[in-house]
Design a protein around this ligand. Structure first.
Ligand SMILES: NC(=O)c1ccc[n+]([C@@H]2O[C@H](COP(=O)([O-])OP(=O)(O)OC[C@H]3O[C@@H](n4cnc5c(N)ncnc54)[C@H](O)[C@@H]3O)[C@@H](O)[C@H]2O)c1
Ligand SMILES: [Zn+2]
Length: 777
């Protein structure tokens, strides 16, 4: 395919157009008739856009039944009886940038010859529905079909809550004799999650795509189903919702604008969205588009864009429609959050706690602004529930800053070469037999906690993490280097016990294999053996001048090799220095660094505040531990269990011998908590979404370090909600509760200076009465 259509001949364009048309038709058949997406929406939109380009360049190629001129589905299907719409149901034209939107608006205003108002709505990712009311009575519900004739699904629609079978006339406006209203049927995000949780619990396949699941659930026949299947089908229909976003046949509606139509429909009992706004100009509409681009995930249903409509009904008439779409409305499509890619392999990794987690290795794709190659699959049951096979084309979702997720396979694209994933019986790193930690646990663990290299590596990395000792340089790469054998000797760290005894000499000889950042494969050197590099030393040339003594370097045996010799890298020196400094970290951080189950920053701080020393914690009984505010029985048990293991005690002893401070200086002893003095004392804060400058853990840790309480769900007791992109359902809930919501910048200010630093709250934009009560994240 040429980059532009400009340098094509008519023949070439015709050939490309025919190919595109066939492919688009194939995708449409699958999408509208089989509720399946054989390609991502983005890919589909791309094909259609390209076809449109070719037809603009060579108008002779455009036939009446080109996909660019027709509405997606088929008129006749085998499933349902046909219904002819009283007025055609159209699709929408798309724009993909604010520039394209502005162009559309300019044209609309020019063609209208006067100022227009823009009705801005969310584009619900569901399926279109036409409800026909005669004298206020619902007589039929039909899918869009080819726009002229759709499928009669009245029987099923009756089970969807909120769709009135009879309109309630209100005020003085009578219900018209014939009226068609159009809307979208969809699963609310929370309902879809619940549906999948139920599928998973029943051992059934989970649904990958909410739109296709909604369409599939609606387009089911009750004939031939046994009572159980029928009940299931109706329960599923009961989770669907509809929101009205337009009208079809309706002679002389008694109002002048589309927004007034919505008000009227709502007063008659029809479900309309609460999110629409009327803007006086195109800039206002652009602001709306931008706003929901950033708050896409705080809406209760999935959206794939914004629909902007001319509000004045008289102008709808004047501007008219093409064969496919009205000229008075446009869909602004957001960048895709769902893409398709190949699942190359499923690999099992063992983490800090020994949990063996399968994860998907995929062909790299770009989604929601970042490149993704891997995604966790959680455990073998999830792999089964998602129904993915190695080699499948899979649907991958990355919503904002949320971690990427494999939703499921595109079953229709299988060619028989795919194979099932088998959970290994043995730890891939140390060969120990994997086992559930407790009976009936789904997750498998490697029980070799002390010396499984994967677990040691994870714990060493954890020691350096922001929530623990926050040691610069000690991250994933350094942890891996420190825990791998330095042939022929053992690794510098066989367990984390030796952590604070590390010397530059010890880490100096370490080399690590170099991996390609694209493929993750080992790189090879000229001789074909794996290329290695030395993270903790640096090559120097003698002729670089006189040797300059670096800190520590006097103690290091530099290796001379002809003209070259090695010196410790600045990273090596920093690492050893930082580890040294970390010995006097606050007690709660040291507790976190010990990787005791359930002892994160919250519990560690409570323990440190109350007991003041590790010895006092160790000497405490289970009940004494459990009684501490913020600790409780589960953590108390975990502590008792932890201290009972010899090699754990060895860690404490060796750390203490190396000078690690296991006390809070000046603490008067157990019971005399020393809280106070923090900027967030007495405040409860919920951090949600991605806060610039903070990792998820980092934000929690910062709250606790400042003396605040980090809560995981919003309630009336919450003082502040620090929210960033991807905040999810906590945000609407917080808004509904009237809580104070702050951004990353204000959060940083709050941490540094306390609540008095924040000025009066800004008014909250768009309160949303329609929020679901259940937090979905
Ligand atoms: N992946 C695939 O293989 C595949 C195949 C066919 C179609 N598709 C998807 O379907 C789209 C094409 O379908 P389409 O023709 O229905 O166009 P569309 O989805 O781009 O826009 C038209 C539809 O948007 C819906 N809509 C949602 N909210 C609305 C609102 N507030 N106001 C008005 N309408 C609203 C209406 O049902 C309307 O029919 C593609 O862009 C693609 O996303 C995908
Ligand atoms: Zn292991």
């Amino acid at each position: 395919m040429a980059d532009t259509a400009d340098d094509l001949t008519l023949d070439q364009a015709a050939a490309e157009g025919a190919g595109l048309t066939a492919r688009i038709q194939e995708l449409r058949d699958a999408y509208y008739d089989k509720d399946a997406s054989l390609a991502s929406d983005e890919e589909y939109d791309g094909l259609l856009k390209r076809l449109g380009e070719l037809e603009r360049l060579f108008p002779e190629l455009q036939s009446q039944d080109s996909p660019t001129q027709t509405v997606g589905g088929r008129a006749e299907t085998t499933l349902f009886s046909p219904v002819e719409h009283a007025e055609r149901m159209l699709s929408l034209d798309n724009v993909f940038s604010l520039d394209e939107f502005a162009e559309w608006a300019t044209k609309v205003e020019r063609d209208s010859g006067r100022a227009v108002h823009y009705l801005c709505e969310l584009k619900i990712d569901g399926l279109a529905m036409n409800l026909r009311y005669i004298d206020g009575e619902l007589v039929s519900a039909a899918t869009r079909g080819d726009g002229v004739v759709g499928e009669d699904v009245t029987e099923n629609v009756a089970f969807i809550p909120g769709i009135p079978t009879r309109l309630v006339p209100s005020g003085k406006t009578p219900v018209p004799a014939l009226m068609e209203v159009r809307g979208e049927i969809f699963f609310p995000v929370a309902a879809f999650d619940e549906l999948n949780a139920a599928q998973m619990a029943a051992g059934d396949r989970i649904f990958a795509n909410a739109r296709n699941a909604a369409s599939g659930s609606l387009r089911q026949k009750s004939e031939g189903k046994n009572p159980d299947q029928l009940a299931l089908m109706r329960a599923r229909l009961g989770r669907l919702r509809m929101l009205v976003h337009g009208i079809g046949a309706w002679a002389n509606p008694p109002v002048a604008s589309q927004s007034a139509v919505y008000d009227l429909l709502q007063s008659w009992g029809l479900p309309t969205s609460t999110h629409y706004q009327v803007k006086p100009d195109a800039q206002g509409a652009a602001d709306f588009i931008q706003h929901f681009g950033e708050h896409r995930y705080s809406v209760e249903h999935e959206i794939d864009g914004v629909v902007v409509k001319v509000d004045e009904l008289a102008l709808h008439e004047e501007l008219g429609a093409t064969s496919r779409a009205p000229r008075w409305a446009i869909a602004y499509k957001y960048p895709p959050e769902q893409v398709q890619t190949k699942l190359l392999d499923i690999v099992v990794s063992v983490g800090r706690t020994g949990r063996a987690t399968p994860f998907a290795v995929m062909q790299k794709v770009r989604v929601a602004g970042s490149e993704v190659r891997q995604a966790t699959l959680h455990n073998q049951d999830v792999v089964k529930a998602k129904g993915v096979l190695i080699g499948d084309t899979v649907i991958l979702r990355k919503a904002g800053d949320v971690i990427p997720e494999v939703l499921g396979p595109v079953v229709e694209l299988r060619d028989g070469t795919e194979r099932e994933f088998v959970m290994p019986e043995f730890c891939p790193e140390c060969g120990t037999r994997l086992a559930p930690a407790k009976e009936n646990d789904i997750d498998l663990r490697c029980p070799n906690a002390r010396s499984c290299p994967a677990q040691v590596r994870g714990r060493v990395e954890h020691v350096g993490s922001r929530g623990a000792l926050d040691i610069e340089v000690l991250g994933e790469v350094a942890a891996a280097a420190l825990t791998q054998p330095v042939e022929p000797a053992e690794p510098p760290l066989v367990t984390e016990a030796g952590m604070f005894d590390l010397t530059v000499e010890q880490i100096f000889p370490i080399t690590t294999v170099v991996r390609d950042s694209e493929t993750g494969m080992e790189k090879l050197d000229d001789s074909g053996s794996p290329k290695r590099e030395s993270p903790f030393r640096r090559r120097r040339q003698k002729r670089d001048g006189p040797f300059v003594a670096l800190p520590h370097s006097a103690e290091v045996t530099t290796s001379f090799d002809g003209d070259e010799f090695f010196v410790p890298s600045s990273n090596a020196i920093k690492l050893i220095e930082n580890i040294g400094k970390a010995k006097t970290s606050p007690l709660w951080r040291i507790l976190v660094a010990l990787s005791i189950r359930h002892v994160g920053p919250v519990a560690a701080r409570a323990l440190a505040d109350y007991f003041g020393s590790l010895d006092a914690i160790r000497a405490a009984t289970r009940d004494e531990l459990a009684a501490v505010d913020g600790v409780g029985g589960i953590i108390a048990d975990a502590l008792i269990d932890w201290f009972a293991v010899d090699w754990h005690v060895e860690i404490i002893d060796r750390w203490a011998a190396a000078g690690v401070q296991f006390t809070t200086p000046g603490h008067p002893g157990p019971g005399a908590a020393t809280s106070g003095g923090g900027t967030l004392d007495g405040l409860t804060i919920v951090a949600t979404g991605s806060l610039e400058g903070f990792t998820r853990e980092g934000a929690l840790e910062a709250i606790i370090a400042a003396g605040g309480k980090a809560a995981s769900s919003v309630s009336k007791k919450t003082d502040f909600v620090a929210a960033g992109p991807g905040a999810g359902s906590k945000l609407p809930k917080a808004e509904a509760l009237g809580l104070r919501i702050i951004n990353a910048e204000q959060f940083a200010l709050l941490l540094a200076e306390g609540p008095s630093a924040l000025a009066e709250p800004e008014p909250i934009a768009e309160p949303d009465p329609d929020v679901s009560e259940e937090p979905s994240d």
